[in-house]
Each structure stands twice: as structure tokens, then as C-alpha cells.
Design a protein around this ligand. Structure first.
Ligand SMILES: [Zn+2]
Length: 203
């Protein structure tokens, strides 16, 4: 008779499978985390579960810029001490914090939610471009700074937007090169980003 192979109970195996969906969690880490969850003495796992559902429920994109907030508008958009005439366009909401940390920019942001990428079937209509045009009409910026990645798709997206915005009476600039081509904004170091923002060039 064939011996049945011993495995963890199925709920535990399901938990491991779920954890493996998390970024950076491989099979071994997933198993370690799952075993920690079932063996933890305190209620830390429950606290984590609660934090996950509360964050999922409470955090959504800012209506204006797309950054994370629990309110209608994020802290940046509702900060009246910031320069209202400067707008910085980024690909992702996660690009905003690295730029904020440099302290080189005190205007507002607009996250597109991605970039035009035919290979991934992402077209202009999938991005927050209409929102950008609406804001340009309403908020009367004097300068729009493009801070998209310096790779082919980032460039194509910047060019597309420049075409849409070039006759609207607003100065269009881009952050300086120095960012490694293909690198995401969020992986650039503070100094590089600060120099890129300070040395922006006209489009
Ligand atoms: Zn906002």
C-alpha cells in the first residue's frame, strides 16, 4: 500500500498560497510567515489582519492627484501653503513621495496611473489624462513639469502629453536627465532626484 504523503492541513496550505501572492514573498518565506501566524502567542497576526482590512477600506486615490489618502483630497492637494501654479506629472502615485523627500518641489502633483504602453495594451484612455487636461483648464498652472521615466514608453507618454498641452499657455518642462534610463523614479536616490528637479529643461 502506498503511504499517503504528510502535508500541512489544507487551511494552512491555503494561507501559504495566499501569502505567496505578496510581492517579494517566495515559497520559503510564505511558509515561515504562515507558521508564525499559527504559532504566534499574542494577537499580532490579528492586528495585522485588522490593519490590512482597515487600510484596504480607508485608503483610496486622491480625487485630484491620485496620491493615497483617506479623505477626498490628499495632504498635498489640501495644503494651501504649496505653490498652486506648479504641477509635476508622474507615472505612479508611488513616484510622489521620492520627489517630496528631495524638498526640491513645492507645487502640486498629478499621477497618470501608468504610461502609454502598447505592448501591455495600455492606451491614453487608460490613464488619468482627461483629468490632467481638466485640471490644466481649471487650475491655471504656469508650469507643468514632466517627471516620467526616461525610457521609450516614458518618453512616448511625455511627448503625447506635450502635444496635447503645448498651446495652452503653460510652460512645459521635464526633469533633467541623470536618472538612469529605464529606472523607476521610486528607485532613484534623493540627490539624483533633487538635481533632476532643480535642473529641469524646457520642452
Ligand atoms: Zn492629491
Amino acid at each position: 500500500m502506498l503511504m499517503k504523503k504528510t502535508e500541512y492541513p489544507s487551511v494552512l496550505r491555503d494561507l501559504v498560497a495566499q501569502l505567496r501572492h505578496m510581492p517579494g514573498v517566495g515559497p520559503r518565506s510564505a511558509e515561515r510567515i504562515a507558521l508564525w501566524i499559527v504559532q504566534a502567542r499574542g494577537d499580532q497576526p490579528e492586528q495585522i489582519a485588522r490593519a490590512i482590512s482597515e487600510t484596504r477600506r480607508g485608503i483610496h486615490p486622491c480625487k485630484l492627484c491620485g496620491y493615497f489618502t483617506t479623505n477626498e483630497l490628499c495632504d498635498i492637494c489640501s495644503d494651501s501653503s504649496r505653490a498652486v501654479e506648479l504641477l509635476c506629472v508622474v507615472e505612479q502615485p508611488t513616484d510622489i513621495l521620492p520627489l517630496e523627500k528631495t524638498g526640491a518641489f513645492r507645487g502640486r502633483y498629478h499621477s497618470l496611473g501608468g504610461r502609454i504602453s502598447p505592448l501591455d495594451h495600455i492606451g491614453p484612455e487608460d490613464l488619468r489624462i482627461k483629468e490632467l487636461l481638466d485640471r490644466t483648464e481649471k487650475e491655471k498652472f504656469s508650469e507643468i513639469i514632466f517627471a516620467l521615466a526616461a525610457d521609450v514608453e516614458g518618453e512616448a507618454t511625455t511627448n503625447y502629453l506635450v502635444d496635447l498641452l503645448k498651446n495652452k499657455g503653460v510652460a512645459l518642462t521635464r526633469i533633467a536627465r541623470g536618472l538612469p534610463a529605464g529606472a523607476a523614479l521610486e528607485s532613484a536616490d534623493d540627490l539624483t532626484l533633487q538635481q533632476a528637479m532643480s535642473g529641469r529643461t524646457k520642452l
